[in-house]
Write a protein of this length. Structure first.
Length: 268
């Protein structure tokens, strides 16, 4: 079915054919659904978490399907198409030890990649892969690690004149991972500036730094904020009782930090 996950890699492939040279992955997806809190009190940290988990599920299920299909397409014997030492190590790290596939390093490597992707899907979205992995594996810590495994396969084939085997599915998958990562699209966090000012005013008053932040002129606010940004000490006072509103806004930023760690820096 036509989706961004398929059509954007196809767009890049067309550009490279027309230009006859590699094209950097300059196009990025972004939106604000689940992160736009401006005028919507129902959007908060839980909404963001739900949106990002769903986005990761969409991206990872696409990758899982493509890796599964690649495993069928690259079931070539190493007697016909050899492999690099790095490719051999990737195949040997696979949980697939079937005697029937011992001479199929690319397929064994992809079975291992599928198992790691399945674990990543469970870790990031809480859902299970449609096809069970051969054996449990550790999840990928980042999309860059997944991309590195795909690059290992690509380079091994290219070194052995197997570029034709990469065109239909492997290279589009590599491009998709470059563009979408594990997060699918960057989530834009939106909030009215006057709401953020309320939070800052409460933080400063509770920390006994400035009791009337809202009453300061813009230059005084700017000077104070720049001074505070240069200070490594946190503004939040441990054990202090903040308003429900401020707690909710702080939770948004705490969740954003965690999601950037889990889904990648480009997730928001």
């Amino acid at each position: 079915e036509p989706t961004f996950l398929r059509e954007i890699p196809a767009l890049y492939a067309n550009l490279e054919r027309e230009l006859n040279q590699p094209v950097h992955s300059f196009l990025r997806m972004g939106h604000w659904i689940g992160g736009d809190r401006d005028g919507n009190p129902n959007v908060g940290a839980p909404t963001m978490q739900m949106a990002m988990a769903r986005q990761a599920e969409v991206a990872l299920r696409h990758y899982l399907m493509e890796v599964h299909l690649l495993g069928s397409e690259l079931s070539v014997s190493d007697l016909l198409v050899g492999c690099s030492p790095e490719m051999r190590a990737l195949a040997d790290a696979s949980p697939d030890h079937s005697e029937h596939r011992k001479d199929e390093p690319y397929r064994r490597a992809l079975i291992g990649i599928y198992a790691r992707l399945a674990a990543t899907l469970q870790a990031l979205s809480g859902t299970e892969a449609a096809r069970h992995a051969v054996a449990p594996q550790s999840p990928y810590l980042s999309a860059a690690d997944f991309l590195a495994d795909l690059r290992t396969i690509e380079h091994s084939l290219a070194e052995r004149h197997g570029e034709a085997l990469t065109q239909q599915r492997l290279r589009p998958l590599i491009r998709a991972v470059q563009v979408f990562g594990f997060h699918l699209a960057t989530l834009d966090l939106r909030q009215s500036s006057d709401k953020h000012e309320e939070v800052i005013a409460e933080l400063l008053a509770t920390a006994r730094i400035e009791s009337n932040y809202a009453g300061l002129d813009e230059e005084a606010k700017r000077s104070l904020l720049l001074h505070l940004l240069a200070d490594a000490r946190p503004l939040r006072v441990v054990g202090a009782s903040y308003s429900t509103w401020t707690q909710g806004e702080l939770a948004v930023f705490e969740s954003a930090r965690q999601m950037r760690l889990h889904y990648g820096r480009r997730s928001m």
